[in-house]
Design a protein around this ligand. Structure first.
Ligand code: MD3
Ligand code: FE
Length: 199
């Protein structure tokens, strides 16, 4: 039942509206403990996407570079990954390992994420699982190196994607979100969760 595009397994509408609402409620507790922040790029310009994490590791970025850290920039450990989210990993990841990071990306209107690769993890044989919530996001998929043709698809609230195999090291990004396309988040915007094995 998933659609395959360049090795990405796309499960449109995998999560019911009730499941989506449960995850949002759980994320409110995560964000209360580990507030969203705007990561600083090594070039000194803040990213437009705000982020936080749950799990043993979280992704941080500052003038010393990008890395996984066992603490939030405020100095505290990250909250646990909620069960409502772990369940999705168990259902679709196809790996015995547990996720060590749930990166939470929040896109307000106008936020975007440029084309990049995810290479900060130790084992690229481990998949990444992505969960989309809220407004639609235009996802772009490139190649293993910069440049070349790209393909785009809209990610909608409740969609799940699994990046394994050949898809794991492809360049990818979010060009824009479409404001007002979902009522899940009262103030609008888009949340993307990525579950990762880091070590
Ligand atoms: C392909 N997030 O957090 S999710 C990211 O919607 C990231 O916030 C985007 O790219 C977002 O790094 C896209 C889809 C995704 C996530 C991780 C990947 C695609 C991926 C890792 C490897 C390859
Ligand atoms: Fe990425």
């Amino acid at each position: 039942e998933p659609t395959e595009i360049r090795g990405f397994l796309h499960y449109p509408g995998w999560l019911s509206p009730v499941e989506q609402a449960q995850i949002v409620a759980d994320l409110r507790r995560v964000v209360a403990e580990a507030p969203l922040f705007s990561p600083m790029t090594p070039y000194g310009k803040p990213m437009s996407v705000r982020m936080t994490s749950a799990g043993r590791f979280g992704w941080v970025s500052d003038r010393s570079g990008y890395r996984y850290s066992e603490t939030h920039p405020g100095g505290t450990p990250w909250p646990a990954i909620p069960d409502s989210i772990l369940r999705i990993w168990k259902a679709v990841s196809g790996t015995e390992r547990a996720p060590e990071c749930c990166l939470v990306n929040f896109y307000a209107e106008g936020a975007r994420m440029g084309l990049h690769q995810d290479r900060d993890e130790a084992d690229f044989a481990q998949p990444v699982v992505s969960i989309s919530l809220g407004d639609d996001g235009l996802f772009r998929i490139g190649n293993e190196t910069r440049g070349g043709k790209t393909q785009s698809l809209w990610l909608r609230s409740g969609d799940v994607m699994v990046m394994g195999g050949e898809a794991r090291l492809l360049y990818h990004g979010i060009d824009r979100i479409a404001p007002g396309t979902s009522t899940l988040l009262p103030k609008g915007g888009r949340i993307n969760l990525t579950l990762r094995v880091v070590t």
